[in-house]
Design a protein around this ligand. Structure first.
Ligand code: UDP
Ligand code: MG
Length: 323
């Protein structure tokens, strides 16, 4: 064990997946800002199993940036887990996660720190406008927030991403949360604490393309929903009860009709329709139960959230099989 120096005031945590082109751009803009703050800081970059030269470029930067610590994950775990890895290894009294593509302006960190010094424990960065987003994406986001608000107990702040400042005690709480399903937006909102916000302008990606396909985004939205709400699991009980009641009324009507008017046309269509409808509903329900069961299975297995291949500390290099 080496004696660790006293904790820096600020940790900036950046997950990177195939961001080789952005590494130099990022540090060119980030370092002057951080150096200008006049406080002790560290930059934690998490290489989330990139297939390009992201890691090499980070290590090259490390030569000139003694505040840079690089965490190399054993494979691509996804942004949420990479972020968890960064929060876990961060030491700062205030921690700011940000994206590697410069969509989060480093300059805004100064505003966040000012609020933090006023005593706020969480300072959200709120986008002034959704730039570079298609109408379909905007509608999707709107729909997601609407559903999420109505189905879960936590309220997600709007136009707020992962770019924010968190006090050490908030980060410690998040690090202690054992769940494997890391919907960070929800987790950040769930932990509470005294929060305020600053407004920033989100520009276009510096280089490369988004790492989230529409399908990945849909999966992400569904994950978020089922991590923070049991409603999709419970709603079927109500629907089932409603359908059974209707079916019961229908049966009574049929019996009375048969008794009064005798047997008329055989009810082929009505049987077919109800069988198909109920069959479809049952499959859907099973799917939803399956999703929750899978989630329980994931939690029960208790596997580590992420696996660190190696932690590159500035000046020294050491292997580290930490989870
Ligand atoms: N990212 C990651 N792992 C992934 C996907 C993304 O670490 O599996 C990182 C990515 O490198 C970037 C941040 O998460 O720093 C945000 O990704 P992106 O800019 O693609 O998302 P968008 O801005 O389009 O929502
Ligand atoms: Mg981006």
């Amino acid at each position: 064990m080496t004696a660790l120096p006293s904790p820096p005031t600020l940790s900036v945590v950046i997950p990177l997946y195939n961001e080789g082109e952005n590494v130099a751009l990022l540090f060119d803009r980030l370092m002057p800002v951080l150096r200008g703050l006049g406080l002790g800081f560290e930059v934690l970059c998490i290489n989330d199993g990139s297939k390009d030269d992201t890691l090499d470029r980070l290590l090259a930067v490390q030569g000139g940036v003694p505040e840079l610590r690089v965490i190399d994950l054993s494979r691509n775990f996804g942004k949420e887990k990479a972020l968890s890895a960064g929060l876990f290894h961060s030491r700062g009294l205030a921690v700011v996660p940000m994206d590697a593509d410069l969509q989060h302006p480093p300059e805004a960190i100064a505003d966040m720190l000012a609020k933090w010094r006023e005593g706020w424990e969480v300072v959200f960065g709120r986008r002034d406008a959704r730039t570079g987003q298609k109408l379909s994406e905007r509608l999707f986001a709107k729909g997601f927030y609407w559903v999420f608000d109505h189905l879960s107990d936590v309220r997600l702040p709007r136009e707020v991403g992962d770019f924010r400042l968190m006090d050490r005690k908030v980060v410690d709480v998040i690090n202690r949360m054992p769940e494997r399903s890391r919907f960070m937006k929800g987790i950040f909102a769930w932990v509470g604490f005294r929060h305020t916000e600053i407004v920033y302008h989100q520009g276009e990606r510096a280089a490369g393309t988004t790492k989230f396909s529409p399908f990945k985004l849909l999966r992400f939205a569904f994950d978020g929903l089922t991590s923070f709400s049991n409603f999709p699991l419970k709603v079927w009980g109500g629907i089932g009860a409603a359908i059974s009641s209707l079916a019961f009324i229908y049966i009574v009507i049929r019996i009375i009709r048969t008794l009064v008017w005798g047997v008329d046309v055989p009810g082929y269509e009505s049987i077919l329709v109800s069988v198909l409808f109920l069959g479809g509903m049952q499959l859907l329900t099973l799917g939803i139960i399956g999703d929750y069961l899978g989630r329980v299975f994931d939690e029960v297995k208790g596997r580590p959230l992420f696996i660190v291949r190696r932690l590159y500390e500035p000046g020294e290099t050491r292997g580290d099989g930490l989870s």
